[in-house]
Design a protein around this ligand. Structure first.
Ligand code: AMP
Ligand code: ZN
Length: 113
């Protein structure tokens, strides 16, 4: 999608510090980390947010969570991690392209602010 930051990162038009990439998915470090490990996982295709998901995306989501589990193992996040996807203004979403935050290597408060 034109003018979408994460579509441009997925297309290689804007650089990112990548951890993993395949035909469908990209994982890259967040530019403003909120934990010692903080990366984002996105589908390469433009989906505005989790509010737009249908059962059609079931396999894509399973793949995203499997990639997250593998990356967290590789990064030594054996104490655990948090996966968050913000939706809309009240959810705190600032980039309207579906993304999963993965935060680890510190104790994370609950409930979030
Ligand atoms: P959200 O506020 O949930 O939509 O999350 C968007 C995230 O994207 C924020 O944590 C930003 O720090 C991050 N972000 C924005 N621009 C970039 C970029 N160019 N590279 C990596 N992360 C980014
Ligand atoms: Zn996009």
């Amino acid at each position: 999608m034109d003018d979408c930051l994460f579509c441009k990162i997925a297309a290689g038009q804007i650089p990112a510090n990548k951890l993993f990439e395949d035909e469908q998915i990209l994982a890259f470090y967040d530019i403003d980390p909120q934990a010692p490990v903080h990366f984002l996982v996105i589908p390469k295709k433009h989906i505005p947010s989790a509010a737009c998901l249908t059962e059609q995306e079931g396999a894509l989501l399973a793949r995203i969570y499997a990639v997250i589990a593998r990356l967290c193992r590789e990064l030594g996040c054996e104490n655990g991690y948090r996966v968050v996807t913000n939706v809309g203004a009240d959810g705190g979403q600032s980039v309207p392209h579906l993304h999963f935050h993965v935060l680890a290597k510190r104790s994370l408060a609950w409930p979030p602010g």
